[in-house]
Design a protein around this ligand. Structure first.
Ligand code: ATP
Length: 228
């Protein structure tokens, strides 16, 4: 579904990605972990086209998209849930969903995300962090994506809702054969969702391991820096 080969990206003159390669199959969930500032967000932004490639190629669903603008990548079925969720705080939940909508009816989306049904008239900014995250995921599903890039979906969210989000993503993956690329600091969340995990260090992928290995915190503390 997604095949990334040797991609580079930079901020001004400062390189931030150094030849990153990875592949994600349809219906597969892959985790990306690493210390702060190692390039995880930059990788997702580059895949989505918010940062230009300086080298390499991105194939998505059989097409080269590395030089396509973001909206075209979105139309082809790549979706992005940014860090911090970036919902529209002064719009209602229903309006937030309409902003993302590209062919999917509101009823259809609410049927898929029943937790949002009682909240449709509520202002986005008045929702809890977890509700905002569910809204951000629902918003991105309005484009009927084949692959979603999620940047720290559990950041600042209370544990009970973290489980709800994990179950939601697992259900979407199973029902829609959706591919997921999940940047995440909560290792147990990644371990429950993904099959494989890629470790980023200084703009490169330095290691790949089965997600089950995340249970061995001591072994990964050095690489990931969050064993505690
Ligand atoms: P975090 O977990 O803190 O979000 P990250 O692994 O996602 O970290 P990035 O945000 O991708 O890391 O940052 C990678 C590098 O690029 C860091 O050195 C960072 O300072 C730099 N960087 C990120 N955004 C910008 C920007 N807009 N302008 C210049 N440099 C940036």
């Amino acid at each position: 579904m997604l095949e990334v080969t040797g991609i580079g990206a930079r901020y001004g003159h400062i390189p931030a990605l150094h030849g990153v390669s990875l592949a994600v199959a349809a219906g597969e969930a892959v985790g990306i972990v690493g210390h702060n500032g190692m390039g995880k967000t930059t990788l997702l932004k580059t895949l989505m086209g918010y940062l230009p490639l300086t080298s390499g190629a991105i194939r998505f669903d059989g097409r080269e998209i590395g030089r396509e603008p973001t909206h075209r990548r979105a139309r082809l079925g790549l979706a992005y849930v940014p860090q911090g969720r970036e919902i529209f705080p002064f719009l209602s939940v229903a309006e937030n969903l309409r902003m993302g909508r590209a062919g999917t009816g509101l009823d259809e989306i609410v049927a898929d995300f029943p937790a949002l049904a009682p909240l449709l008239r509520r202002q986005g900014g008045a929702l809890s962090g977890g509700q905002q995250q569910i809204l951000a995921i629902a918003r991105c599903m309005t484009t009927r994506p084949k692959c979603i890039l999620l940047d720290e979906p559990t950041e600042g969210i209370q544990p009970s809702i973290v489980e709800e989000i994990a179950a939601l993503l697992a259900r979407l993956r199973a029902q829609r054969n959706l591919a997921l690329v999940v940047v995440e600091q909560r290792l147990e969340f990644v371990a429950g969702l993904a099959g494989r995990v890629l470790v980023m260090q200084k703009g490169s992928i330095v290691k790949e391991m089965p997600a089950a290995d995340l249970a061995d915190r001591a072994a990964i503390e050095d690489i990931v820096g969050m064993g505690g």
